[in-house]
Design a protein around this ligand. Structure first.
Ligand SMILES: [Zn+2]
Length: 135
C-alpha cells in the first residue's frame, strides 16, 4: 500500500487502513485497445478541464466541447477530434478548423489510455489519485 485514506475500516477488535493507492507486486496486463466512449465528461477530464486553445481553467460549467474539424466539415465526435474549449475560444473559432481560425491546440487530442480513463470519473473523490492518473 502506497497511500491510505484517512478513515479506517473498523471491525471487532481491529482496524484496517483503506487503501487508495497500491503497488502491484506482479504485473497485470490491462488491455489498451478497449473502445472507450467519447463523452463530454471524459474529454474534460482528459484535458484536465483546461481550454485547449488559451489554457484557461474557468471551471466545468464554463467549458464546451469543440470539434477540431467542425461537424459542418465532416469532423466526427471522437477522442481525436474533440477538445475542451472555453466559451470564448469556441465562439472565436466558430465553424472553422484551428488553421482556418489561426488558433493553435495546446495538445494533440487522443484517446486516453485505459488505466487513466478508468479512474477519471472517480478522480474528484480523492485528490491523491490525480498525481498517479496523469503521470
Ligand atoms: Zn480558451
Amino acid at each position: 500500500m502506497i497511500e491510505a485514506a484517512q478513515q479506517r475500516l473498523r471491525a471487532m477488535g481491529f482496524a484496517l487502513d483503506v487503501p487508495l493507492v497500491i503497488r502491484l507486486v506482479r504485473y497485470i496486463r490491462i488491455p489498451r485497445q478497449l473502445k472507450l466512449p467519447c463523452s463530454r465528461r471524459g474529454v474534460f477530464a482528459r484535458d484536465r478541464e483546461t481550454c485547449q486553445y488559451c489554457g484557461c481553467q474557468p471551471g466545468r460549467a464554463h467549458l464546451t466541447m469543440d470539434h477540431v474539424v467542425p461537424r459542418s466539415q465532416g469532423g466526427g465526435t471522437s477522442w481525436e477530434n474533440v477538445v475542451t474549449a472555453c466559451r470564448d475560444c469556441n465562439h472565436r473559432k466558430g465553424g472553422r478548423t484551428p488553421d482556418e481560425a489561426n488558433m493553435e491546440l495546446l495538445t494533440k487530442p487522443r484517446q486516453p489510455q485505459y488505466v487513466a480513463f478508468a479512474l477519471l470519473g472517480e478522480l474528484e473523490r480523492h485528490d491523491v489519485w490525480r498525481k498517479y492518473a496523469f503521470s
